[in-house]
Design a protein around this ligand. Structure first.
Ligand SMILES: *[C@@H]1O[C@H](CO)[C@@H](O)[C@H](O)[C@H]1NC(C)=O
Ligand SMILES: *[C@@H]1O[C@H](CO)[C@@H](O)[C@H](O)[C@H]1NC(C)=O
Length: 444
């Protein structure tokens, strides 16, 4: 009997413990299957200073390293396919990170990182270098951009990496040239930390974007590289650009039609053509730009400082612009409005223009080499509400005839005396009709 009971108890113990083992095995297997499924989908990095290394972190990882997708990173192999594959994987998971690691150079052909079927808040972690193919024979003709990000909600490019357009082969050519990095139709866009250099044309462009933050970036190309705008904004709202160094061959920042709520501060601009609104109104088009602030900014060795340029013809308005605390040095013309903008070709004077009003210049100081101030406003559509407050500009070389302020058809107010004195700004306001109707056409 004792032996019988002992046998039963032993049997039960063995049976229960076996059940336990099976259960544990089952859980382990499930975990393993799950884990390997995740591995396939996420390709967490096989190495890396900046990535979670504990097993539990890896399991939840949504990090997609281009090296895990076959990128070589040797600067000569075409890594475009690997980038496309890494993006496709990252795009499927919210808040995922596509990693372009440090220490490698990736040759990438024109590529689109695009929604609208991507999840939101994707991070493009750029710590390595991306280079474009050289000009000769490597490009389809008529391409408008090299690296394109479209229709994304929450997209961040960050890191210490470099995007190099290797544009010198393009600079002597005429015709269409690509923008290096273009965001289109996206919201909550952040670009920070990186360097964009030697673009074929514009370095960084935002078109149809909302809520854009650009900070701590560097743009760099030679002062004589043609049309290499630093940052180009078009049809975009709520954009902040700050703590950024822009050296290029055209406008450091160019603000085009459809922009409002733009703030630019702590920017170092030069060489280049300065910070520009426009050109606007080309081919009799309507342009609307409003609520622009440029402040606490250094502009040096540029063609213009703060500029508004419009073509003859056209309609719409530029309204509500403040340029304040701008330090200029060795700038040809620090303050300029040019309503007779003409790109070298033959331009006719027309009976309309984009209206310009409520433009404030506050605390603008430094040195210039041509007119310190030039307000060339349209006879048909004079500039109104131009305010000058605390302007201190000195010519770099003396005895030069162009050194006086110039105004025509410009109305506004001197809030303080200026150096040099500005006696060409007219105090009385013109009939409001023309500029009011242009402004109204932008309110709809
Ligand atoms: C002007 O733009 C700023 C952002 O730069 C925004 O905060 C502000 O609300 C805008 N003001 C108006 C009147 O639209
Ligand atoms: C257009 O008008 C401006 C200002 O009056 C003048 O300087 C310029 O020569 C005119 N251009 C043409 C092509 O008539």
């Amino acid at each position: 009997m004792k032996i019988f009971l002992f046998g039963i108890v032993t049997f039960m113990l063995v049976w229960f413990s076996q059940q336990g083992v099976d259960a544990t095995r089952e859980i382990n297997e499930r975990r393993h299957r799950h884990g390997s499924r995740l591995m396939k989908e996420t390709f967490y990095p096989s190495y890396g200073e900046t990535f979670p290394s504990s097993l539990s972190d890896r399991k939840t990882s949504t990090v997609f390293n281009v090296l895990a997708f076959g990128a070589k990173g040797d600067g000569t192999t075409d890594d475009t396919k690997a980038f496309e594959a890494a993006w496709l994987a990252a795009c499927k998971l919210e808040a995922s990170t596509m990693v372009v690691p440090k220490g490698s150079v990736f040759l990438i052909k024109p590529i689109s990182f695009s929604g609208p079927n991507c999840q939101s808040n994707i991070v493009f972690q750029l710590d390595g270098k991306i280079i474009a193919p050289q000009r000769s024979g490597n490009w389809e003709s008529g391409l408008l951009q090299w690296l394109e990000f479209t229709k994304l909600n929450g997209i961040t490019i960050r890191g210490t990496g470099v995007i190099d357009g290797q544009g010198s082969g393009w600079w002597s050519e005429s015709g269409t040239k690509p923008t290096a990095v273009r965001f289109y139709g996206s919201s909550d866009v952040t670009v920070t930390g990186i360097t964009i250099q030697n673009s074929q044309q514009t370095h960084l462009k935002f078109d149809n974007c909302q809520s854009v933050q650009v900070f701590d970036i560097t743009v760099s190309s030679p002062g004589d590289s043609p049309n290499t705008d630093g940052i180009h904004l078009q049809n975009s709202q709520d954009v902040t650009i700050h703590s950024t160094k822009l050296a290029c061959g055209d406008d450091c920042v160019s603000i085009q039609t459809g922009c409002s709520g733009i703030k630019i501060e702590n920017v170092d601009c030069g060489p280049g053509h300065g910070i520009s609104i426009g050109s606007l109104g080309k081919d009799n088009s309507r342009a609307c730009v409003s609520n622009i602030t440029v402040q606490n900014t250094k502009i040096h060795d540029t063609m213009t400082g703060v500029r508004i340029k419009t073509w003859q013809g056209g309609s719409g308005s530029v309204q509500g612009v403040t340029f304040s605390n701008i330090q200029v040095s060795n700038v040809e013309t620090p303050i300029i409005i040019d309503q007779y903008y003409c790109d070298g070709s033959k331009c006719q004077n027309k009976s309309s223009a984009v209206a310009i009003s409520e433009i404030s210049y506050e605390n603008i100081r430094g040195t210039h080499t041509e007119n310190p101030i030039r307000f060339a406003c349209s006879a048909s559509t004079p500039c109104t509400d131009i305010n000058l407050d605390t302007i201190q500009l000195q010519a770099v070389q003396q005895n030069y005839d162009l050194l006086k302020p110039f105004c025509s058809n410009a109305y506004g107010e001197l809030k303080t005396s200026t150096n040099p004195p500005v006696d060409c700004l007219m105090a009385a306001k013109p009939s409001k009709k023309q500029s009011q109707s242009s402004y109204d056409s932008c309110q709809n």
